[in-house]
Design a protein around this ligand. Structure first.
Ligand SMILES: Nc1ncnc2c1ncn2[C@@H]1O[C@H](COP(=O)(O)OP(=O)(O)OP(=O)(O)O)[C@@H](O)[C@H]1O
Ligand SMILES: [Mg+2]
Length: 262
């Protein structure tokens, strides 16, 4: 459904752009319909850069992203709007993704700009249904500004926007790392609901191999801009082939293993 082909991204920083950072190095990956793929790696391994390239928020230095047989890195205008309605992002801090002076109602209605024209009644119906699907009371949140919501509620609003658009692929960049454990489970469940209801695919970015193991159909391990390992979550967890995956696995807390660091 979506295919990333030999994508690289080099950032040049510093005086006279002398310093080069190869954030993503010749990465190829694909996502099938209805599949939840986790992208796991430590901080700075290039996960967000890859997501932003897929979401067409950043141009790759080389390589292509193919969706529906078109190279989306070249899309413009109407076609690009269409792409953004089909492939949608949810970020670590949804506060940064929302306009701070817009109420939730307006934030959700923004999504309709990406869709073909709908009548007002249909828009309202979709907004109410989406909010209810994510466990929010429409009357309670529609009039609120983003800062008047808790982190978990903001993340639910971001996912409600996905329910409205009904995208084919959701790129979720660490959507739960700022939330507490119980809210986390609720949000993760919403992603699998989206998959079950609309057959949407999800790219789920996380630092946590344990979480990837629980939520995904396939795991990709990213290390220093390269995908070093890929496979079934059980395989990767039980028989990791790369040294870095083994290290990640050691970070997964096990209930029967006491921490003896003190
Ligand atoms: N706009 C930018 N300009 C220059 N360098 C950048 C830019 N964006 C990212 N980088 C660099 O690219 C590398 C990869 O960053 P990226 O944000 O993709 O990592 P990440 O895996 O998402 O990390 P984290 O888990 O901390 O979110 C880092 O070295 C970062 O400093
Ligand atoms: Mg990141």
């Amino acid at each position: 459904m979506l295919e990333v082909r030999n994508v690289s991204k080099v950032f040049t920083v510093g005086l006279f752009s002398r310093h080069r950072i190869e954030a993503v190095k010749n990465v190829s990956m694909s996502v099938r319909k209805g599949e939840i793929v986790s992208l796991v790696g430590e901080s700075g391994s290039g996960k967000t850069t890859l997501c932003r390239i897929i979401l067409r928020l950043l141009e790759p230095t080389s390589g292509s992203v193919i969706y529906d047989s078109v190279d989306v890195t070249k899309l413009k205008g109407k076609k690009l709007k269409w792409y953004w309605s089909r492939v949608h992002g949810v970020f670590q801090d949804p506060y940064a993704a929302f306009h701070p002076f817009y109420r939730v109602e307006r934030i959700l209605y923004q999504g309709f700009n990406l869709l073909p024209r709908l009548d007002e009644g249909e828009k309202k119906r979709r907004v109410y249904e989406a909010l209810k699907s994510v466990g929010l009371k429409p009357e309670e949140v529609l009039g609120k500004y983003p800062h008047e919501l808790s982190g978990g509620m903001r993340q639910r609003v971001a996912i409600a926007r996905c329910f409205i658009l009904n995208p084919e692929l959701i790129v979720a960049d660490e959507p739960v790392s700022m939330l507490d454990a119980s809210t986390r489970i609720g949000i993760i469940k919403l992603f699998s609901d989206l998959r079950d209801r609309f057959d949407s695919s999800v790219i789920f970015v996380t630092h946590d191999l344990g979480l990837a193991y629980v939520v995904s159909d396939r795991v990709l391990i990213m290390y220093k801009g390269v995908i070093v390992e890929e496979g079934d979550p059980v395989e990767v967890m039980e028989r990791p082939s790369h040294m870095y995956t083994r290290r990640l696995r050691e970070d997964v807390p096990l209930l029967y293993r006491k921490w003896e660091g003190f």
